[in-house]
Write a protein that binds this ligand. Sequence first.
Ligand code: ATP
Ligand code: MG
Length: 249
Amino acid sequence: MVSEEHPRYASLVLRNKLVDGYERGIASAHGLIAHGRGEAFDYLLGEQTSESARNATKVACAHLLTANHPVLSVNGNTATLVPGEIAELHAITGIPVEINLFHPSAQRIERIADHLHAYGVVNVLTGFDFIKLAHIASDRANVDKNGTFKADVVFVPLEDGDRAQALAKLGKTVLTVDLNPLSRTAVASTVTIVDEVTRAFKNLVSFAQHFKSESHEYELDLLKARFDNIENLKASYALMQKRLRSLAR
Ligand code: ATP
Ligand code: MG
């Protein structure tokens, strides 16, 4: 039991949640390690949502709400950490949820599908009906025919660089959540939310609730047009550097 007074309380709660997801066969062992890389960057951000991350979240929301065929691609970590928020986003926007694993196994895909159904996600795409994407050599090139393959806007939180780059090369609008502003995923994407995935999804759900009505269409178009992903990444990186400098004093 972690004390709420502990300075790393929120972070330790997430760790426990992820270990639980691993023990239930939803997250992979590799996913636990990837989370650790994220934690290191979150430490540098002060474990809070920055202004630039909030802005990127709003812009990502604008893309999701104005897409013709959006898809949310989830892996074991995302399914473990934010199943409730995935279901809420799905309910508000109708976005299909595709399971896309870095280390795929039929058994884990089925477990994740059951887990998401239990949280109320109706339209879960398992990727069993797949097509191979160009520009990727491995099994990770397989994407669902009715999801990522036909999508114009793909939301791929915690994605690997190879796949993010391939999706961008195919001309898709790529949205991601990645605490590392230097990762290939962060740089290749159209909109990168440099924030911890649980905080990012909470904010995304509230933006989606706010912007859902049609009267915001002009504002959503403006948000998309004005956004520069590299400038936004630089702002996150600068924040980390500033915090490091202030610690060194
Ligand atoms: P890339 O392949 O894009 O160059 P990478 O190989 O360093 O990056 P991966 O292991 O492929 O990283 O993907 C995991 C990414 O997800 C990491 O950049 C990590 O910072 C980020 N990440 C892990 N956990 C979280 C989390 N809870 N919230 C946000 N980002 C996270
Ligand atoms: Mg990678």
